[in-house]
Each structure stands twice: as structure tokens, then as C-alpha cells.
Design a protein around this ligand. Sequence first.
Ligand code: SF4
Length: 452
Amino acid sequence: MHSLLVRKYNQPVPRYTSYPTVPFWKEEIDVEAWKTAFRNKFEEQNHTNGISLYLHLPFCESLCTYCGCNKKITTNHKVEEEYLLAIEKEWIIYRRLMKQTPVIRELHIGGGTPTFFSPKNLQRLLNFILKSSIIHPKHEFSIEGHPNNTTKEHLKMLYSLGFRRISYGVQDNDPEVQRIINRIQPFENVKRATEMAREIGFTSVNFDLIYGLPLQTLESIERTINQTIELKPDRIAFYSYAHVPWTSKAQRLFDESHLPSAEEKILLYLKGKELLTKNDYVDIGMDHFALPTDELYKAWKGGRLHRNFMGYTTTSTKFLLGLGVSSISDTGNAFAQNNKTLHDYYQLVSENKLPIKKGYFLSEEDEAFRQYILEIICKGEVSFAEKHLPVLEQYSFPLLEDMEKDGLIVWDKYGLTVTPQGHNFLRNICSAFDLYLRRSTKDGKNVFSKAI
Ligand code: SF4
């Protein structure tokens, strides 16, 4: 990959797990309108594609200083009970809106640290939800595990309930980097957790790695990647660290002078990518790498990739219900996000109310441009509808001209195809179709300022 292009397109562009992106949503949502959108789309999707379910479990025992997630730090495991009661109640509230038994096609548990919860409590929650659902024959269940506290009991229980995918937060194996990010996690723990999952029968193990962390060097990232390659996870997400201390207070806990410069960060990425691709990993796009034996790779190759708040997925459900504090739901034509504080979340659920706070109802134009962005991210090509030409000519085409000169795409007024070179810049290409971003910039040029 040409490093000059990496520099040119190294801009804060959204990851497009939603469109419009969260910064453009309304701060208050019309709850009755959301219920209507939920009911209608659920009935349309449930028996055809099945639905996706996301459970957010927010607790962690210690604070990683790079963290930008919605989490609650505590070592008091008594919090598990109160949280379980609330999330079970939320499920009951949503179940009342469903006229059919839900068909669960995809289920993902994220956090926080889901493995903060005891195997017994996780099992209780899952049984509670699954006993009033139908499990789709081609279901895909996955969980985020912490290498330090994922036990054999967790994994056996999850496996028995149909989980076959686990994603471990590895981030970096270097002891000095781990010290400054306050995530002490010896490589032996990562190795043990990976081997345990495989022995029990998990067929896809993902590692999350981050580049751009404080104290990372080319040598340290090389060691981390090489150790990762030794364990051969089926998938790797190699994320860029986003330093936003004004919103993520934990990031104020280390000295910024330890962060790599923008230039060094690019070199860290290029080194990681080079090592991964030399060792059989294929760059699926948007920071994701997969072995050719993994379903993600096969779905990408077969044009069956999909993308939602959980990132890339291999199932094409168009309806996602998120339960738990701060979770996001997506009906395809509307988004809703739950309250971000435990206090408000508990309060609303205890009053038998949906704990939603902000959201967005998509217009016809939003749905069309969302689809354009999805097609680019998942398939690398898209056709334009004639009726959108005036808007495309005003906002998107001027940017495409520049991208074509850089060899990222070939395009005309009928559609666009991403080139192998452009595959490294999918986000930037998608951003040409982000009308909110385009309209929020003063002159409609390639300026990125708000959404991350
Ligand atoms: S990075 Fe993960 S484990 Fe660390 S504080 Fe954030 S949510 Fe918790």
C-alpha cells in the first residue's frame, strides 16, 4: 500500500456501523414512534430472516486507560444480580411488543467485560431469553471474553447453549504497554484462553488488537503480531486507537507524550498489516483480517457480508435488538439507544418503560444512502439510482473524482467499484456518501470534523 495515500486519507472518518452516524441522531426519541417502527419491522423480519440480539454487560474489574466504551468499574460482584433483573425486565417489555415468538439468528454479548459475570449468572440470563424464543437453525452466537477471567466453566456453558465464536480483547502483549494502559494480561493468559476455547469446540476465535497505544514501538508491535500469529486466531480486528480524552476521561490517566506521533502510528499500522498478510490473513476491510478458513472470509468472498453495530457479520438479519445500558437497536428504518447511565436505565425499566433515550428515524433518502454505504463496505461496488443523481452530483461525485485519480475507485454516474488499492480506504470512500457529514461541512469538500 502506498504510504503517501495512507497519509493523505488518514482522517477521522466514521466506521459506519450505522448511517446516519450517532453524532447526527436526535437527543430525544419519540417512544411511541419507536414502538411502532419496532413492531412493524419485527413482524416483517422475524419469520423471514430472524433477528439479531445484542446484550450489553457493562461491568469491568479495572479501568483500561485507553478505553472509550460504556462501562462501569467495580470489583463488587453483587451488582450482577441487579443488572440481570433489569435486563430480564427489559426483555419482557420488548417481548410484549412482539406478536410472534422471536427467532434468534444472531446473538452477541459485549461489554464492558461479559466474563465479569459468573457462568451461572450468564447461563441464567441466556436461558431466560432463549426459553421464550426460537433458535434459528443457522444461528451464530458470540461473546467478548477477557483473557484474564474467561474460565473453562464460562466456555463450556456457552458452548452448550450454541456459542461457537469468541472474541478476546488482546490489544497488545508488551508488558510496558500493558502497564501504561493498565491492562496487565500476560501472554500465557491469552494462550490459555485461546486453547481452552478451541478444545471445547469454538470454531472461530477473534483477537482485538490496537495500534497507536502509548509506548508502542515498531519492535513491540512486531512482537505482539508475531505472538498473535503463533496462536492463529481465525479473525483479527486491528483497530486504530482513537485519542479523545475530552470524552473518554480514562485517557487522561497517561501522559500524552507517550503516544506515537501520527507518522509513527501509520508505520505501526503498516507493519501490522504487512505481517498479517504475509501470514495468510486476508484484509476483509475496515480493520478486519481473517484466515481463508474462517466464515468471515467466506462471506466476504461470496458477497454475503453484512455490517451492523457489532461490526461485520456473516448473517444478514436486518433487525437488531440491543438490550442493556447504552445498547443500540436498529430496525432498518429507525435507531434507538438506551440510556447511558445505570441509574436512568434501572429507573425506567423498573417503571415498565423502554429505557431508550436518543435515536433516529430514517427518511427515504437516508435509507438509500445507508444502502450505498453498506454495499461499498460489504461488497466493494454499488449502483446509483437515477433519482439520486442531483444529490450525488452535488455532494458525492466531486469527491469521487479525486479518489479515482488516486486509484481508489472506478466510477461513472451509474455506479462505482472499489479497486484493490481502494479496499484500504473503504471508510473514506463511504464518507463521500455520508450526506450528513457532507452537508455539515461548509464547502462540501473532503473535510472531516465531527463524526467518529
Ligand atoms: S477496555 Fe474493555 S475491559 Fe478495559 S475498561 Fe474498557 S470495557 Fe472494560
